[in-house]
Design a protein around this ligand. Sequence first.
Ligand code: DGL
Length: 261
Amino acid sequence: MNSSLGLFDSGIGGFTVLSSVLQRHGNVPSVYLADTKRVPYGDRKPGEIRLIASQVVSWLRDQQVSAVLVACNTTNSLALDILEKEAGVPVFGLISSAAEMVSEKRIGVLATPATAASGAYRTQIEAFKSNAVVFEQSCPKFVPMIEAGDIFGEEIQMVAMNYLRPLLDAGVEEIVFGCSHYPLLTPLFKKLLPEDIRLVDPAIGLAKKLDSVFRINSQGFDKGLSLDSTRFCVTEDPLGFTAKILKWLGESPKVELISLQ
Ligand code: DGL
């Protein structure tokens, strides 16, 4: 059986999912697709996001992956039905993983505009935890800033505080990263937030979900990160993406240019 996992995101957000999977399961063969030509997804209309999801899943299907990991909350929130229908293999999303991870009552969710507007996090969390009170905060500026590497300095701090303030005013006890790019800002959030607010990274739950289904953890946990078995593909600027892989994951593998349309 071809056991490669297919992960996709608009850009580098899926690195947080890839890292969690590789750290938990060792060198699982995987295909990572970044739709760099269309990043960010989060400002797009639902119809456009659904079309993108269909194109992405059709491409992954052609790569004969044995499971699809939706490393992008925006497509997870607006097009999970399309992904599940068209993948032809099991599909694992971040939002249901997050819903199983929350433990407090008052829960904040940071997300892209499209994800926040969809209400997908509230719906999923309330389905698991009926007494939960969910506050969804749209964060339009984060993805462009993270992709550009503008993650240090005063501007990102001010932007982050503006998004966090309504959640803090609402008295949230934990905050979910409702966009796969946001765990890349963890040091900033830790600096800005009170220590007792728990941060939830859905990627960790998603990696755990693979335990029982694929038994791909047979090599043992904590193998460390290696990109030897990951194939990276983008829809634009492969060299720029190699530089981003080096910056965030510490290696510079070959990146292939592919076309989705
Ligand atoms: N990282 C993706 C997400 O989790 C996409 C963000 C974007 O492109 O706006 O939503």
